[in-house]
Design a protein. Structure first.
Length: 159
């Protein structure tokens, strides 16, 4: 159990780093017109292995974690960068999401998988993968104040 918890925390931290690389500046909706919450047609939610889901998302994942409890890969497509994670159990998915949401971002959630990235990427992925969109917490804005660099949100503390 301790190993599973450690993997969840490790994966959440990796996600935080991936998400903070895209922080700030993209407050718009990417030219879609509306708020992007409803795609014109949302397909049935896909299922399968990390590679099968990535293929449907038109991505060749760069595998970062390959364990019994979860598998995680980083993807880059024309829509942007995101993290794709598959889980052995529904409980593992929910624990991971609950930890990761503290870092902000948007999450496309399917059956034992999640794709995490900014709103524009998640909206585009939903059109290919189906799923449900969940939003992470807003980034905290106190203290750091730094300007404009991609590393601007790297000061999250984990205890």
């Amino acid at each position: 159990m301790r190993t599973e918890r450690s993997l969840v925390v490790l994966a959440a931290l990796a996600l935080a780093l991936a998400l903070t690389a895209g922080c700030g500046g993209n407050e718009g909706n990417g030219g879609n017109g509306g708020n992007g919450e409803k795609a014109p047609t949302t397909p049935e939610t896909v299922t399968g292995s990390l590679e099968q889901i990535a293929s449907k998302a038109e991505c060749e994942p760069n595998i970062q974690t390959d364990a019994d409890e979860l598998r995680q890969g980083n993807c880059t497509t024309d829509d942007g960068k995101y993290v794709l994670v598959t889980f052995a159990t529904d409980r593992g998915l929910r624990e991971w999401i609950n930890e990761a949401k503290d870092y902000g971002g948007s999450y496309l959630v399917g059956r034992k998988w999640v794709a995490a990235g900014d709103d524009k990427v998640v909206t585009a992925l939903r059109g290919r993968l189906g799923g449900t969109v969940e939003a992470g917490s807003s980034h905290h804005s106190g203290g750091s104040g730094g300007g404009g660099g991609d590393e601007g949100h790297s000061g999250h503390h984990t205890g």
